[in-house]
Ligand binder design. Structure first.
Ligand SMILES: [Zn+2]
Length: 341
């Protein structure tokens, strides 16, 4: 804790710092018509930490520097939280700076899960930890959340939770409701990915967020989408990735598309070591600025009959008892504690 720059509820959020107009990016909602807004967003960062981190990820030495930078960000975030700025509580945990209308102790296990989420993304996708602060605003109820949105994002249609990126730190906004945990894990997945990647294809962005939005113990066998996807596979098969790659905005993504995006991610992470390897390489190319091409092309070069493998994967995927996963603090997941010190 140190001197703070936190803002009181209702005060303006950070303005874009780039010299060009910077699009406000929401979870699937974009106020810009730019063809590649997330690339423009990265350029708008200039020499800010996300660019530095991107360069550092090229080598083992770079990873070491990246870790040092992440720890630096942690210290910076702790300083930011010195002043609650009118919120009931403010706290820095890893890359996250939480500001809440209610005591954060009420949702302590969920906050600890978010630390594990960062560790799981690093481990699963071989991406570095977030190298920039992610500000998370938590509201006690829908009413105060809506008031905040009306004041700061008046042109945004109602959504139960939001991820916003406008050239400064990524912002996550959510209010307490029965789906609060899923909302927060979903939006924080977007924020953690975009903290280290300049661009993520929409379908893959949403597929990842859907995969990681449930508690860790439910990701493989307990996701609500699993049953519907298995029926879809039996009846007509999943849509090919190429169909999902054509979706350019959230208006193109209905429930079937979200389910299909989740299903492809599930297959890549659980059904095919080759597919998982290609996914890791794809993310690495995105992060390093290498020509990445389309993921579907890369995947078919590696697994020509991939659609058949996807069907086989879900036909054979049987429910299993949920694994007993330790929470931060019980010593079961030491890697997840790294950014929480
Ligand atoms: Zn999303």
């Amino acid at each position: 804790m140190g001197t703070g720059t936190s803002r009181p509820p209702g005060s303006p959020l950070q303005a874009p710092t780039g010299s060009e107009p910077v699009p406000i990016l929401l979870d699937g909602l974009r106020t810009s018509t730019a063809a590649t807004p997330r690339v423009r967003e990265f350029k708008a960062h200039g020499l800010q930490p996300v660019g530095f981190m991107r360069c550092c990820g090229r080598s083992l030495a770079g990873w070491t520097i990246g870790l040092a930078w992440a720890l630096y960000v942690l210290g910076e975030a702790q300083a930011v939280c010195a002043d609650t700025g009118g919120w009931a509580e403010a706290r820095a945990l890893g890359p996250f700076v939480f500001r809440s209308e209610f005591p954060l102790g009420d949702v302590q296990p969920l906050l600890e899960e978010l630390g594990l989420l960062q560790a799981d993304l690093v481990e699963t996708l071989r991406i570095p930890p977030a190298a920039e602060r992610i500000e998370v605003y938590l509201f006690r109820e829908k009413g105060t959340y809506n008031q905040f949105l009306a004041r700061h994002f008046p042109k945004v249609g109602y959504r139960r939770a939001l991820y916003v990126k406008d050239g400064g730190p990524g912002l996550v906004l959510a209010y307490r409701n029965p789906e609060f945990g899923n909302d927060l894990r979903h939006e924080c997945t977007h924020a953690l990915l975009h903290a280290v990647l300049p661009v993520v294809p929409l379908w893959l962005d949403e597929g990842m967020a859907k995969y990681f939005e449930v508690p860790q113990a439910k990701r493989a066998y307990g996701h609500p989408y699993l049953g519907a996807v298995q029926w879809t596979v039996r009846l007509r098969g999943l849509p090919p990735i190429e169909d999902l790659e054509k979706k350019s905005g959230v208006s193109d993504m209905g429930n079937p598309e979200y389910r299909a995006a989740w299903a492809w991610v599930h297959f890549l992470l659980h059904g095919s070591p080759e597919g998982r390897g290609e996914l890791v390489r794809f993310f690495a190319d995105l992060r390093l600025g290498n020509p990445a091409g389309t993921f579907s092309t890369r995947l078919r070069e590696r697994i020509p009959a991939v659609d058949g493998y996807v069907s086989t994967h879900f036909r054979a995927w049987k429910p299993r008892p949920e694994p007993q996963v330790g929470r931060a603090g019980d010593g079961a997941r030491p890697a997840g504690l790294l950014l929480w010190q």
